[in-house]
Design a protein around this ligand. Sequence first.
Ligand SMILES: NC(=O)c1ccc[n+]([C@@H]2O[C@H](COP(=O)([O-])OP(=O)(O)OC[C@H]3O[C@@H](n4cnc5c(N)ncnc54)[C@H](O)[C@@H]3O)[C@@H](O)[C@H]2O)c1
Length: 393
Amino acid sequence: MTPRLRVGVIGAGRWSASAHLPGFHRTPLAETVVLCDLDRSLAERQASAFAIPEVATDYRALLDRSDLDVIDVVTRGDHQDLVFEVLEAGKHCLVEKPVCHDYRDVQRAHRLAESKGLKTKVGLTFRYAPAVMYAFDLIRQGFIGDPFVFNGYEQNSQWLDPDNPMDKRIHKTKPVGEAPWGTDLSPEGITVSSLEGYGAPTIDIGLEMVGADLVEVVGLLANLVPYRRRTNLDVERERINIDDADLFMARAANGAIYSMQSSYVTVGNYPGIEARVYGSAGAIKVRLVEEFGVIQTIHTATAAAVEFVQREIPARYFPPGFRDDDPWSAAFYGNLVHNFCEEILAGGAENQGNFAQSARVQEIINAVALSHRERRWVGLPLGEAPAPQTSPF
Ligand SMILES: NC(=O)c1ccc[n+]([C@@H]2O[C@H](COP(=O)([O-])OP(=O)(O)OC[C@H]3O[C@@H](n4cnc5c(N)ncnc54)[C@H](O)[C@@H]3O)[C@@H](O)[C@H]2O)c1
């Protein structure tokens, strides 16, 4: 019988219930033993929905247990302290992005994991979309030839409505003792948000598609919906200077050129991700936009046949337990969770989308923010440049 990893999940909120818990529930390689949330009744509700035998409200109780192999951090807010505690406790760690806001801290976390022989995985969800996995394989097989151009887009209207609160947590009472963010109203003082949200996993796809590090970036952050409710408990809108749209372009070490646009105030459905790569021999366009029941498409063209055609995604790219009516969250995250379990159980060096990859992505985010702030091209690697202010929620 295949061994099953024993998993503890910290966070029973919306994303946990729609992506993480279905993933761990369906993979034959793991069993979720305990679900922890500050809100016990929420933990109990989700534990019962996913047949999880135990609940907890204090995550430390999970870290102290010797019978858990993997800890999954799916809380909202800063993940950094939790991540270091999980690794110090000797557990393999899955965490939602961002691991840390400063790429140097992500690198530190990666080194700690490596020193303890632990595997890590970050919620870079979209590299696990079956259409993207298929595209990566086509690229590895030489379909596009030498990569020339990458264009990445994250476009959805999640926060187009100014009454949708900036703080995405659901508060029952007003948070106390937290410094508000987005209060520096100067153009340079804008707080990073969208770029670190679904910008991050789209940057990740681009790095894989061009197959090289970026060596310089120039970018722009904008706040297009300037007044908005801060929390679900606020009635009035206030001025919050936050990146709800951004653009950057870059040059890769292999000469490819790279562009990205991310925004959650652009009309279109969730998740709204598009990745296009053009090379010397072929081109691939992947679209992850839920429209009329379709969650993903892949189109390809070659130098000899330049009209793009849609490809069917082979069954091998779909996760265990996939159903045709799965929402994109369960379909894509099912692959992420299953792949993490496979990597841990295989015990080899393979560990895609880990903290090292997340640090590469975070360094680009930090560099684009610096470019915006100082209105100049920024070279990579960044070195000791100061990290920009980012929104914790
Ligand atoms: N990768 C993706 O595609 C994707 C998509 C959506 C959300 N996310 C990320 O997932 C994370 C969670 O988002 P969400 O929408 O589920 O948030 P949420 O507010 O709905 O849920 C978070 C839960 O964590 C619990 N929690 C917070 N701190 C805790 C602690 N110390 N111990 C135990 N429980 C704690 C809260 O009580 C809450 O129930 C965020 O980091 C978000 O950015 C990622």
